[in-house]
Ligand binder design. Structure first.
Ligand code: ATP
Length: 302
């Protein structure tokens, strides 16, 4: 999506101007991965219009493989406006119906879309946008299972896009295929209504449930262990995108063969860095920036 960032904090009705940028959970995640020197392929459909060109070129410029991003002349590229509170917390106002994703159906995809892929990541926002997107996701998950590729999933619950009941019903179809479930604490409580993480993990046989807790850091639950790690101490400016950055760094560590405490350290670092910079993906760190921030490499300014 195109995102319009406000020129000042506070309610949008008092914000006179905006700066155009590019956002969206899936693309943020893909850019998070490429900044960490891994390859990412983004599967999507955007409008074949001026804003679509901005997104396409931006993704390509970040090194994301856009060979599976189609462009339609029939539906305009989606946009959203962001409101930022004094504490850095963000609110989103969407203009995305109909979505170009209406033209990306399950028939558009064959198994080769996952050739050379080590992990499939799905964001729940995608599932909220068009009814048929769950079919597309299930087809991709099926290809992943055939190819023995792990699946990570972030519910990214957006109650402005659909009801909690519809979200639960769609996600339910995915959980038992998910290896890494990356979710916010409030989101987990809303989705699973008072059930324990352990109970959910056992029911769906999810290898790892990763709970993101904002300034409290994050926890990981496996079948046998629980790991808790505090967040890095920062002054948050804009927390939108922190979760996507966290996901990307966690998956990076997972694919790199790092142990869970190390993945948590990387992920908490990436999330914190994004929260210190205005914009959804501007703050996504390079591998070197991340290592400097978490103290693994010395920062030499001049
Ligand atoms: P979103 O989907 O809005 O990006 P989320 O709920 O998925 O959010 P958060 O828990 O808000 O994700 O943030 C993800 C991670 O980023 C946290 O687990 C933490 O590591 C880091 N983070 C976020 N906010 C802060 C903060 N104020 N201080 C330090 N670290 C933060």
């Amino acid at each position: 999506m195109i995102v319009f960032n406000p020129s000042k904090t506070g309610p949008l009705r008092f914000v006179p101007s905006f700066e155009r940028a590019v956002g969206g959970a899936e693309l943020n995640f893909a850019i998070g991965i490429t900044r960490l020197d891994m390859e990412a392929r983004w599967i999507s459909c955007i409008g074949d219009d001026e804003f679509g060109k901005v997104i396409y070129n931006f993704a390509r410029g970040e090194g994301v493989d856009v060979s599976h991003v189609s462009r339609t002349p029939n539906i305009p590229t989606s946009i959203y406006f962001k409101e930022i509170g004094e504490d850095g917390a963000g609110k989103s106002f969407y203009y995305r119906k109909p979505s170009p994703l209406l033209e990306l159906t399950a028939d558009c995809l064959d198994e080769s879309v996952l050739d050379g892929v080590d992990l499939l990541h799905i964001s729940g926002v995608y599932l909220a946008v068009c009814e048929h997107n769950i079919e597309v996701a299930l087809k991709l998950v099926h290809f992943a299972k055939v190819k023995n590729i792990p699946v990570s999933f972030d519910p990214n619950l957006r109650l402005k896009l659909w009801t909690i009941e519809d979200a639960r019903a769609a996600y339910e179809k995915l959980y038992s295929s998910v290896n890494l479930l990356l979710t916010g604490q409030d989101e987990f409580e809303l989705l699973f209504e008072g059930r324990t993480v352990k109970g959910v993990q056992q029911q769906y046989q999810i290898d790892e449930i990763i709970i993101k807790k904002g300034e409290q850091g994050a926890s990981v639950y496996t079948a046998t262990e629980q790991y808790d790690r505090a967040a890095f101490s920062i002054r948050a400016i804009d927390t939108v995108g922190a979760g996507d950055a966290f996901d990307a760094a966690y998956v990076y560590g997972y694919l790199n063969g790092d142990d869970i405490p190390e993945r948590l350290r990387l992920a908490n670092g990436a999330g914190a860095l994004v929260a210190t910079i205005k914009g959804d993906n501007e703050g996504l760190p390079s591998l070197q920036e991340l290592k400097q921030f978490i103290g693994d490499e010395k920062l030499i300014e001049r």
